[in-house]
Structure formats: C-alpha cells, structure tokens
Design a protein around this ligand. Structure first.
Ligand code: FMN
Length: 413
C-alpha cells in the first residue's frame, strides 16, 4: 500500500483568461441504475426494480442531465431494451446504448438504433464497445483478438452510417460482414445518430480518431488526459476530418457540504467499496477478470493509483485501487464547489461531455443535479456572456490548498 502520496504541481493561476483548449459547451451524462444495489451496499436483486428504474431515469431528466448511459455486459440487462424504456419514460434526456458489434449484425444494429431514434424524436446515441476482456467476449461466442475486434468495429461504423443514409439498395463484401442488396434501411429521425467509442488501446485511438463522433475516457490526471485528447485529435486531423471527435470524460464524485466532510465520506466509502469488491458482491463484479486488467483504460487507472492517491485539484485514485479499476473508478472528492471547479479544469482541457455517477447512486445523482451541474453551467454561461473566466476555480482550490490535503490525510485507513 503506497503511503499517502499526492502528485500536484503548484496551484496554477486561475485568472480571468479562458484557456484556448477550453470547450465552450459542456453536457452531462450519468449511467442509469436498475435497482437500489450499490457498491456501498450490495443487495441481492432480480435485476430490474421497475419503480426504482422509473424514479432513477426521471430523476436524471429532472436533475438536468443531458444523456444517460445504458451499459452492456454478457450478464446485464439489454441496453437496447432499456434505452427504449428510457425513451418512453422521458421527454428530453438522450439514451446512450452501449453496443458490442459481436452481439448484433450491423444492419440490425442500425435498424434498432434508427427505431429508437424515431421513437424518441432524435435522441438516440450509440457507444460502441470493442471489448476489454477476452473471457467476457468468449461468453458470447466472440473469439477475435482485440486488434481484430477494433477492425470489426471500424467496418461496423461504416455500415451503420450507410444503412442510415444509402438511398438505394447496396451490397457489401467486407472483412467481417457480407450481404447483398440491402436497403434503403430504416432511417434515423432527422439527423445522423452520434457514434461514441470507448477504449485507450492504440487500436481504439485509430478507429475513434478516424471515425467516432465522440471519444470517451475514464477520469485521469489532467496532464495525462491532455496528452490522450491531443492524441485522438491528431489522428482525426491526419485522417482528413474537419470535425474532431467530442471528448467524454467519466468520474465518480464523492461530494458533501464541505471538503472536510467529503473526505470523511470518501474514507468511509472506500472501506465499504473495498469490502464489497473483496467479496465480489456487487453487480457483475464476479465476471470481471482477476489480476491485471486487459483493457488499457483500467491499466492506466491502476498505474496512476500506484503512483499517487491524489492528483490536481480533486482526483482521487484509491477507489480505482480497491476495485482493480473495473469500469469508471476514479473519484473527484470535495464540496460541490470544489468538484464543480475540478470538472471545469477538465472542460478547460477540452472535455465536452462529463459523465458523473456516485457510489450512493440515486441520492448522489439527485444531489449533483441540485448542486454540481448548476455551478458548472453558471460558469459556462458567465464565460459566454463576458468572455472571461469566473472565480469558482480560483476560490475553491481543493488539493492546491493546505487544508484540503489535511482532510485528505485525516481518516485515511
Ligand atoms: C465511458 C466508457 C464506458 C464504457 N462502457 C462499457 C460497457 O458498457 N461495457 C463494456 O463491456 N465496456 C465498456 N467500456 C470499455 C471499453 O469500451 C473498451 O471496449 C474496453 O475498455 C477496451 O478498451 P482498450 O482498447 O482500452 O483496451 C467503456 C469504456 C468507457 C471509457
């Protein structure tokens, strides 16, 4: 267990000048949970608790989130069916369907997505998963090695877009897919359905940089993430694209009224999360591979956790360390102001979409909607109106200030 280590440069100046790399807009994503079981308090469930799911999805919409992610695994509920339910339970929030190409023929995937898009009057988004675990892929009969999985995803993207746009029947004889005289396919509501890619292997960057509308990351230290963002953009430019992929970053915030209270909560939470993970008691943890994760995103999260607990203003890696970095696992710890300021640091680095979900799932989703999203949006509106940065980032320094470090240390097991 590394001793408490923080990795922080001296406090950057948060003056009025808005960094050139800053995104001008920010949208929020949160994952939809299906039942009250959590990593803090894992309880046996059937899977879908309908009343809870309805409340969850509606709370995200009322909370001002722009998107909700329906994740996918061989042992989870089906993301398409869930997305269709989200579409009928809400008016505005956009369902993001996590889709693994090995599970659905591309023309059928295009048909399902276009159907969802028409049923929601243009709210469908797809997040293509090439698969980070050989064992998990094999559970559904997929035995392609990773680099081939990404090549398949690349062909898949082309076929999704052709199925949605080709006015006349067309045939295809590709490396992974073949068909004759398909089309015209069922069309999206009125515009192309955004395609997102997740993953940080070389193959992920190549396919995502060349073809994705959105490229997604799990939360990393700012300097490291800036490098990753520049990497995917360079590939996009080199491929001749004029529009660069939008950048999605994911965090697990731990928020309370003050930084001090947030740290007390964080230390309590990480002990519970570690216990749950040690018993593989939550969700599909039992399906996760043991030992070093195969997907690059998790490997990176563990290497950051190895090196330090705390980065930049509020990024905490202990939650990744105690869960073998399975999925989104790095936290932002602090008051709503400190966490909002930390999110703005990532917006300044180029993040367009910020995904946040807490460990106390529904309560946190509602809390962030009341206290965190408005602060970030206020600052974005201020910047638009004045051309200058507001004072939130300068006033709530988090780990750039001595007090915060003391709270981060106190109560650490
Ligand atoms: C924001 C985000 C959401 C993801 N959601 C899922 C998911 O629902 N199901 C899944 O199997 N993988 C999911 N992944 C994993 C990746 O999509 C990817 O397939 C895997 O991590 C392999 O990545 P690698 O290329 O970095 O090794 C997600 C990744 C990110 C960044």
């Amino acid at each position: 267990m590394p001793t408490y280590v923080r990795c922080v440069t001296s406090a950057p100046a948060f003056g009025q000048q808005i960094p050139e790399s800053a995104s001008q807009e920010v949208e929020f994503i949160s994952l939809s949970h299906l039942n009250p079981s959590t990593e803090l308090n894992p309880i046996p469930t059937r899977g879908i608790d309908l009343e809870y799911f309805r409340t969850y999805v509606r709370s995200l919409e009322e909370g001002g989130y722009d998107y909700t992610l329906l994740p996918y695994g061989s042992g989870t509920a089906d993301s398409f069916v869930l997305a269709s339910a989200v579409g009928q339970l809400t008016e505005r929030i956009k369902p993001i369907v996590a889709l693994r190409p090995n599970t659905t023929f591309p023309l059928v995937g295009a048909q399902k997505l276009a159907t969802l898009d028409q049923l929601t009057e243009g709210r469908a988004v797809v997040h293509l998963i090439s698969g980070g675990s050989v064992a998990e892929q094999a559970r559904q009969g997929d035995y392609l090695p990773k680099d081939r999985r990404y090549s398949r995803t690349s062909e898949y993207i082309d076929l999704l877009r052709r199925a949605w746009t080709e006015p006349a029947p067309f045939s295809h004889d590709g490396e992974f897919y073949r068909f004759d005289e398909f089309g015209p396919g069922f069309a999206p509501y009125d515009s192309p359905i955004p395609i997102s890619i997740g993953g940080q292997s070389d193959e992920a960057f190549q396919v995502g940089g060349e073809k994705a509308d959105i490229f997604s990351f799990w939360g990393e230290p700012l300097d490291d993430l800036r490098g990753e963002i520049e990497r995917v953009r360079a590939i996009a430019r080199a491929s001749g694209r004029t529009t660069l992929p939008r950048i999605w970053v994911t965090f697990r915030p731990i928020v309370a009224k003050t930084d001090e209270l947030a740290w007390q909560k964080a230390h309590e939470y990480v002990a519970k999360i570690a216990d749950t993970y040690s018993r593989l008691a939550y969700g599909k943890q039992a399906l996760q591979q043991k030992g070093v994760p195969q997907n690059v995103g998790s490997q990176r999260a563990l290497s950051f956790a190895e090196k330090a607990d705390l980065y930049d203003r509020a990024l905490w890696t202990r939650t990744a360390a105690v869960t073998n970095a399975g999925g989104a696992s790095t936290a932002l710890v602090g008051s709503a102001e400190t966490v909002a300021a930390a999110i703005l640091d990532y917006v300044d680095a180029g993040a367009d979409l910020v995904s946040i979900r807490g460990y106390d799932t529904l309560a946190d989703a509602v809390d962030y909607g009341k206290h965190v999203l408005p602060l970030v949006r206020q600052e974005i509106a201020h910047r638009k109106a004045t051309g200058r940065r507001g004072t939130l980032q300068a006033e709530h320094l988090g780990n750039y200030a001595e007090d915060y470090r003391r709270y981060a240390t106190a109560g650490r097991a």
